[in-house]
Design a protein around this ligand. Structure first.
Ligand code: FES
Length: 237
């Protein structure tokens, strides 16, 4: 017989070794997340998936489910904290959704809608980040990076290439390309790479594919992010 714990009072079964986020997703409960991807080991960096476990904050993507634990997730307090984190991500980079090719497919934008974010609230940093258009097939717009490290992990762990890395510390952390020139064209990055497919925002863009799907018909235009997991019972990419 499977063991259970509760999320917001609802009884959730889990298998040994499953995280809270995995068990919640399997049960059709959406917990906001950005650095988690079902194909990769949990990273625990964005903290969007934070819940309260027996009254204490924990990242649900890294914390293993345990029998009898009482998890709070969809509460005003926790969603307020998630909203503040999302607002910080918006002001730390340059996210101009109306002109972004990924609008409607962007997990950050969809999460902001899900959390009822009405404004950035904090002062914008307006960082000066150059776009890398050196590669024949891809463009990198670092202005939209949320440091989820999915491209770093995909390139290192799946593609075996180490094309990307996070450099710097604290507020100065930023995504870099591992080439002496710092340019994507000077790497062996290719369209077949897993790293070319995992960006949850609009950093890694395929050239000559802009707006192939019209605004209004995109992933999160058709269904809000919070409803997708409930429809599929699977964690979002
Ligand atoms: Fe858990 Fe990012 S999804 S910390």
């Amino acid at each position: 017989m499977s063991q259970t714990f509760t999320i917001d009072g609802r009884v959730i079964p889990f298998a040994e070794g499953q995280t809270i986020l995995q068990a919640a997703s399997a049960a059709g409960i959406f917990i906001p997340h950005l650095c988690h991807h079902p194909d990769f080991k949990p990273h625990g960096s964005c903290k969007l998936c934070t819940v309260k476990v027996n009254g204490r904050h924990a990242a649900s993507c890294t914390m293993r489910a345990m029998a009898g634990m009482a998890v709070e997730s969809d509460t005003g307090e926790i969603n307020g904290e998630r909203r503040a984190l999302t607002q910080m991500l918006f002001v730390e980079g340059n996210h101009f959704c109306p002109s972004c090719e990924v609008s409607g497919n962007c997990q950050l934008q969809a999460t902001a809608y899900h959390l009822g974010m009405m404004s950035p609230h904090y002062d914008h940093f307006f960082p000066n980040r150059a776009v890398d258009a050196s590669h024949p097939d891809f463009l990198l717009d670092f202005n939209r990076c949320i440091l989820c490290s999915l491209c770093v992990r995909a390139s290192r762990d799946v593609d075996g290439k180490n094309v990307f890395a996070l450099s710097g510390r604290g507020i100065n952390t930023h995504l870099i390309v591992n080439a002496r020139s710092g340019q994507l064209a000077d790497t062996n990055f290719s369209a077949a790479d897993k790293a070319a497919q995992v960006c949850p925002v609009g950093v890694i863009l395929r050239k000559r594919r802009g707006f192939a799907v019209p605004i209004g018909e995109r992933t999160y235009d058709r269904k809000p992010i919070g409803e997708m997991v409930e429809a599929t019972g699977e964690s979002l990419p």
